[in-house]
Design a protein around this ligand. Structure first.
Ligand SMILES: Nc1nc2c(ncn2[C@@H]2O[C@H](COP(=O)(O)OP(=O)(O)OP(=O)(O)O)[C@@H](O)[C@H]2O)c(=O)[nH]1
Ligand SMILES: [Mg+2]
Length: 250
């Protein structure tokens, strides 16, 4: 298997593309900020959206063996059908699919993968929220239901779930090098932990490149740490699946 698959799912403007961009910057051995990739171009209606991943370069020849899939969801306005989110996790939906809020992907669509293998499935799911408004991620009842359905499915499959809390800088932090000692950051992470009912280690505080001109070590560090956690969880899932002998559950 060539790539670990990680699904980033969160509402519009939660910072999904910015996180991918920050990872791309942190991975390069250069003193420049990678130009923001248009990972997802919002459609004019604001509800339809593509499903895609972009390669993460380490240098001119090599790529990191992980695919971060960018997917808008967990908010009814984003219009992704509940069934489609599960189908993404199962590996049924190919990169480049345009979601239709009105209906789930049909099995004869050319972006529908009929017989997904382990390498097509999502190996780790990351909910993405903005730290200044974490609960707005689930602002309506439909989204709460969607999250519940997804979480039940993922728990049943033993797929790890993480929470990426972007925009930590918006909590009024004066010095980003002290974020792990900051009371507001601690309280926000604890609030998110309670809200999502997750272990503290699964909450990833993050500050992305937004208006920066020069690279910032702390942002690079946070991106690499979060990416490493995601890859670890994905790797654990894949190895657990591969370790199951054929016919074990028959
Ligand atoms: N201050 C600050 N701004 C951020 C951070 N992360 C993202 N932003 C800003 O938030 C806005 C939305 O970020 P995006 O990365 O486009 O969000 P997205 O989740 O990809 O949004 P969609 O593609 O529309 O679903 C942009 O203006 C970013 O510059 C962060 O950590 N701190
Ligand atoms: Mg985006």
């Amino acid at each position: 298997m060539k790539f670990l698959n990680v699904l980033l799912i969160g509402q519009a403007s939660s910072g999904k593309s910015s996180f991918i961009n920050t990872c791309a910057t942190a991975l390069l051995d250069e003193n420049r900020i990678v130009t923001k990739v248009a990972v997802l171009e919002p459609m004019s209606s604001g509800v339809t959206t593509d499903f895609c991943a972009k390669p993460l370069k380490i240098n001119e020849e090599r790529f990191l063996p992980v695919r971060l899939f960018d997917c808008r969801g967990l908010h009814s306005l984003n219009g992704i059908h509940d069934d489609d989110i599960i189908k993404i996790c199962e590996g049924n939906i190919k990169s480049g699919y345009k979601f239709d809020p009105a209906r789930s992907i049909s099995t004869d669509h050319d972006k529908f993968r009929k017989e997904p293998s382990l390498s097509d499935k999502m190996h780790c799911v990351v909910y993405v929220a903005a730290a200044d408004i974490p609960k707005e991620m689930l602002a309506d009842a439909k989204a709460a239901d969607q999250l519940k359905t997804l979480r039940m499915y993922l728990s049943g499959e033993n797929i790890s779930q993480l929470l990426l809390l972007n925009k930590i800088d918006r909590l009024g932090i004066k010095n980003i090098n002290t974020i792990f000692k900051n009371r507001m950051v601690k309280e926000t992470c604890e609030g998110a932990k309670e809200f999502m009912d997750m272990p503290m280690g699964n909450i990833l505080p993050m500050i992305n490149y937004a208006d920066d001109v020069l690279p910032v070590d702390m942002k690079d560090f946070l991106a690499l740490y979060s990416l490493w956690q995601m890859m670890n969880k994905a790797y654990d899932y894949v190895t657990a699946q591969l370790d199951i002998p054929d016919g074990f559950y028959d």
